[in-house]
Ligand binder design. Sequence first.
Ligand code: SF4
Length: 181
Amino acid sequence: MRYNTMRSLDISNGENIGVALFVQGCHFHCEDCFNKETWDFSGGKEWDNIATGKFLNLVDRPYIKRISILGGEPFADIDNCVNVFCLVYTLKTRFPCKKIWLYTGYTWEEIFDAITKTENEEKQMFNKCRKQAVTMCDVIVDGRYKKDLSDLSYPYAGSINQRVIDVEKSLNSGKVVLWGK
Ligand code: SF4
């Protein structure tokens, strides 16, 4: 995996004070994407042990209450999905009290329904990986940015088709429950 930016103090991509990791690479190419420099999978910097350690050190400060993972597309098949799964697992294990927010261009339904819709083994593995990663997050902001549904006043997302989803409540009720509802 490659990453574009680590933000050591983030107040815009989730509640409270957090840190943010913008991963590199996105295949969705939404019109008027806010972060086009993250599209190229070969851009940015290598997500290696040094980068991982640096990010975990940023997280490991008492006033950091949230970790946001965005991009780019954190769940892109070959390049990002497995590494993001490992990162979320590490964060959940080491920092169980900090909230994990993840932004993805996939919709909740695409993540949870896709698993039954392909017989390709590699695709199945990525689908499972995405699903497992989601279950370890607290909040998922889902869906591609849609220029015609853009709303600058919409909290925590760029267009109103994107949903800020409470993962635990959604999993428990079997349907999407919006965060804060
Ligand atoms: S999914 Fe996100 S990063 Fe990718 S093109 Fe759309 S808005 Fe940009």
